[in-house]
Design a protein around this ligand. Sequence first.
Ligand code: HEM
Length: 400
Amino acid sequence: MPRPDDNDATTGPPTLPLHRLGFDPPGPPRPVALPDGTRAWHVTRYADVRKVLTDPRFGRARLRTSDAAPLTGQAGLVASTDLMFNQDGEDHLRLRRTLRGAFTPRAVARWRPWIASIVEQRLDALAGGGSPADLVAGFTLPLPVEVISRLMGLGAAARERLGHWSRYAFSDGSHADEDMAPALAEFAGFGAALLAERRETPGEDLTSMLVRAADSEGDIPESQLVHLVCGLMVGGHDSTMTMLGNALLYLLGERRDCWSRIGADEEGAGTVADRLLHLIPLGDDRGTARHAAVDTEVGGIVIPEGSVVLADCGAANRDPDVFSARRPDDLFRPLEAPTLAFGAGPHYCLGAWLARLELRLSLHRLAARFPGLRLVRPADEIEWRRNSTSRSPRRIPVTW
Ligand code: HEM
């Protein structure tokens, strides 16, 4: 769990770069109070976090029902009961099946040529604009937006609007209702219209595939399909943009020693990407929440029925019983065990293979094309994107 003293949280909004967040050493599950006073169990050891995420007695759906303690720090799409992520059991599986096969390693490997060409186009544009430049506006944002737009068959107008929708879809609850409601209604309206259009005129894109699969599955409420499409649009670029921005801040700010090897060796760049995914969290939260349906033992402690449980993947990814604490910053060393950066169990990140490929190609090609890339300002002076469940630089000014 990020420590407030490391992160300035008591004196203002977080400013510490994500790669420098401190985590308490993992230990047995323990009761904690959330900022709003809600009681929860904080789970930090690798084996315990895996257990919580994979055991069906810990679910998501009841977190959102009226008798469960409300979860603060999340609003918008992420808080909706119609979202696949907030469903359990058969309801969840039925939605997840509509995308079966779409994001497998084999399917994603087939996308490699066009993803690589999008990376090159972005690099050409960056080079064409000249030095200095902003890596967020020129690379970390447009690249994943282009990738998910091509996959889902989105037009130029939707691409322009994606950033705006994301801001509210992943709101941390700090947006005013009068701003939030119209933005989310417009987004849902777009999702519904996109589904209707692909029913009418199917294509080869993922949205058309999802419509076909949903029709053969039958009985899926339309609002859940709209949430699925909208969730893919924003989830498919926001996390990748966040990760890419925070990873580049770390590499260019503190690990320039790795830059030339990342540019020379794509395999090595892939290992670096995996290690950065493992080490750098997407935001400041203390873990992903679940609800205990019955009394359940985790790591020797019985977590009572009805409890909110926070599975802290960031702390678990640093568990010294699993990952060597001696050289966590040796970026070219493969991980000792599967990372929890993409979660585990039924809600394991659908886009994990896609995100890994995008990161690998991005870091490798950026370092190859711009061997002299440097930050204009140190990481401590970065202005952060706020009001969202994730945090990343608003701008990354660079020169070469
Ligand atoms: C660096 C990039 C990414 C990271 C670190 C990431 C991380 C995660 C994590 C940790 C979860 C599980 C959360 C939990 O169990 O509490 C998750 C779920 C999910 N992710 Fe990602 N993600 C990334 C990129 C993507 C992309 C590119 C897509 C879509 C193309 C995507 C789609 C999803 C979906 C749909 C879920 C919910 C799955 C379900 O409920 O069954 N993610 N992601």
